[in-house]
Design a protein around this ligand. Sequence first.
Ligand code: ATP
Length: 375
Amino acid sequence: ASSVDAADDMPLLRIEGVSKSFGSFRAVDRLSLDIGAGEFFALLGPSGCGKTTLLRMLAGFETPDEGRILLGGRDIAPVLPHERPVNMMFQNYALFPHLNVRDNIAFGLKRAGMPRAAIDTRVAEMVALVKLGGMEKRKPDQLSGGQKQRVALARSLARRPKVLLLDEPLAALDKKLRESTQLELMELQRRLGMTFIIVTHDQEEAMTMASRIGVMDAGRLQQVATPRDLYEAPATRWVAEFVGDVNLFEGEVSSHEHHRLTVATRDGGAIVVTDPRQPITKTSVTVAVRPEKVKLSRRGPASDADNSQAINRLEGVVTDVGYLGGSTVYKIKLDSGAVVRSSMANTARLDIDTLRAGQRVLAWFTPDDCVVLEQ
Ligand code: ATP
């Protein structure tokens, strides 16, 4: 494994134009991606988009039909799965039911021919790392879901791989345990400085844990970005809808001047948008506005400062109020017939706290709050 040290000018992992088909179905389609040493990277996408297939190619359980996978600058095609400095933690944990915790963790070390004393030391280290002290003698069927998950994690870390692949590692845990385990995994990854690649279809999970996210659909990467950029600057309409909630307005660009774009919407209105980062080449566009950017007011924008910002004003009637604890989501049926969602933090704002279904309201947002999407 020591032969795969990262060269200075190469990312730890480089995926170059990799494809994989099953029969005539292309599960992964000419996908390229670089992942650096020490990154916590999430592959996010709907069921069946090819996430697991990509992980299995990295682990060596599937062979790409075309393209190359380089680890530390070397093509790993000829390297057998158990000889790769890459380990995979499976969705169902895949523990050996007849082996106790200790022997499950020790399995890969034994197979690699590590001396017994060194195995004992390493297993003790791993047991402490995942906080399973005192459970070494238990068999998997005497463990809770969360404990099984820890054994699987300890086993996959025991050989100190350079890259750990985690396929939906938290899917079997309940919500509370999943959230605390997310934080523990992040802590562990930071402490070990290892590269983690996690597969998930849960966007909150990806946003919480990963430093970068690759959004996959139909075997291709739609966008690779930090959680913040994915949310604030989605590259496509598909990404905007997949990551978080969003209001979409379709229309045509009617003017473009003074760093402002005006979009004439289908319902006869107009939305003013600050110049997009990317030059717009099409006239048919979609304007995306996140619900928390849409402010509501019963008497018009609350202050003069707000007033000058309230360039995009939409009038309508509140149809639904959904209280979520930290925030409340309002659905507004606009006079044009379209529906807009607004999400407001539940801080003391008396004007809004009294908003109820049936009341007329002004929904407004600034040109900076909008993202223009061409596809
Ligand atoms: P999920 O989140 O549901 O696990 P995924 O994004 O991980 O989905 P993959 O498991 O990579 O998706 O599968 C991608 C596609 O390839 C699916 O349509 C699946 O049915 C198909 N597929 C995967 N493995 C095989 C196989 N061995 N033979 C035939 N088809 C396969």
